[in-house]
Design a protein around this ligand. Structure first.
Ligand code: MRU
Length: 354
């Protein structure tokens, strides 16, 4: 049931093109590093952990045809490739985490020949993916312990299998609770402007047989006020060492509404999403995307063809911030592969033995 979001198949990267879902399920191949850069940039592959895995495989694609015959030349090429991939998107730290890990493994294996180094980098990228699969399942198991039978859970954006290698973070909690036999119902925020909640989260939950209701973003506060929601569970793109959380734009408002209505607000994340180098949110770069994503909407016309239409007056100004910060004080707890902790520096450091 959990289709791999991204795979390495005979020297090629295969991705589910997430821009086409739910109207079309299509797997595409990337053969060049520029194609994977473009796929990340345009959100064909998206979600913090999936971006990290894609960047690791992209590094292998880029270095595979290297003609270097010594380590120094090989490292220069490798760094050029990882620097290039690091420009694809700025907020999800998993991208930089995976790229640094690829460079480090090469540096630690300088005694290998260039063909051996290439194989070693491929092994590392496959390990990054397999660790992600294990972390997702562990997050699901820990998080499901917080879910009670009959809960209505609100989620924002898509932190499901599509945002990771196959099982998700926030949605892993729901998949796991459902697999344990707990009755749950999920409210999915549509997540303007790119509708990851409407297009991807509802699609994934329905495939898993989980009851889901789509709401538009601005409804979330009201359903909390009316007492419909027992818990909010979201993913993250980057968590500072103190638990401040960057996630899809709109998450902060959900956290405020949750606080005001005494609804627990959980953030589910693998450790690859923690940026230990930054003390708090101030150093988290927030991506600003093309305002056409805001000013135009896409749909299918009567012939089933994708059609884009403009929904605002021409020349009107717009601003398209892709992420926001939820201060740690609004996060009830963090759900990680190592267990559950407070969203504080101490909580994170104790759990990860830092
Ligand atoms: O712009 P996107 O679709 O890449 O944003 C994704 C999110 O904000 C997710 O909530 C986050 O990456 C967590 S994924 C497990």
């Amino acid at each position: 049931m959990f289709t791999p979001t991204i795979e390495w198949i005979n020297g090629r990267i295969r991705l589910i093109d997430q821009t086409l879902l739910p109207n079309e399920f299509k797997q595409i191949y990337c053969d060049e590093v520029s194609e994977i850069w473009q796929a990340i940039k345009t959100l064909k592959v998206r979600g913090a952990p999936a971006i990290g895995i894609a960047a690791a495989f992209g590094t292998v694609l880029g270095i595979w045809h290297s003609t270097a015959d010594n380590y120094a030349d090989f490292e220069i090429e490798l760094k050029n490739i990882t620097d290039y991939l690091s420009t694809s998107r700025p907020t999800a730290v998993n991208l930089f985490w995976a790229l640094k890990r690829m460079v480090k493994v090469a540096q630690e294996n300088q005694s290998l020949t260039v063909p051996e180094l290439k194989e070693r980098l491929l092994t590392e990228s496959l390990e990054i993916m397999s660790e992600d699969q294990q972390m997702s399942r562990s997050i699901g198991k820990y998080g499901a312990g917080l879910i009670e039978n009959g809960d209505n859970i609100l989620t924002h954006c898509n932190a499901g299998g599509l945002a990771t290698s196959d099982y998700g973070t926030a949605l892993a909690v729901m998949f796991s609770a459902h697999e344990m036999g707990k009755q749950i119902h999920v409210y999915a925020d549509e997540t303007r402007p790119l509708l990851q909640g409407a297009r991807l989260t509802t699609w994934e939950l329905m495939r898993a047989g989980i009851d889901v209701t789509l709401i538009c973003d601005s409804v979330a506060g009201q359903v909390m006020k009316e007492g419909y929601i027992q818990r909010v569970v979201v993913g993250a793109d980057r968590i500072a060492a103190n638990g401040d959380t960057a996630n899809k734009i709109g998450t902060y408002l959900k956290a405020l509404a949750a606080k005001d209505n005494n609804v627990p607000f959980y953030v589910a994340l693998p450790s690859s999403t923690i940026d230990w180098n930054i003390k708090n949110y101030k150093d988290i770069p927030i991506e600003e995307r093309n305002s056409e994503e805001l000013s135009h909407i896409e749909g299918l016309d009567d012939n089933g063809q994708v059609k884009k239409i403009q929904i605002y007056p021409q020349k009107s100004k717009s601003m398209n911030l892709a992420f926001d910060i939820t201060p740690a004080k609004y996060v009830t707890a963090l759900i990680t592969e190592k267990g559950i902790c407070k969203a504080t520096t101490k909580g994170l450091e104790d759990l990860f033995n830092k």
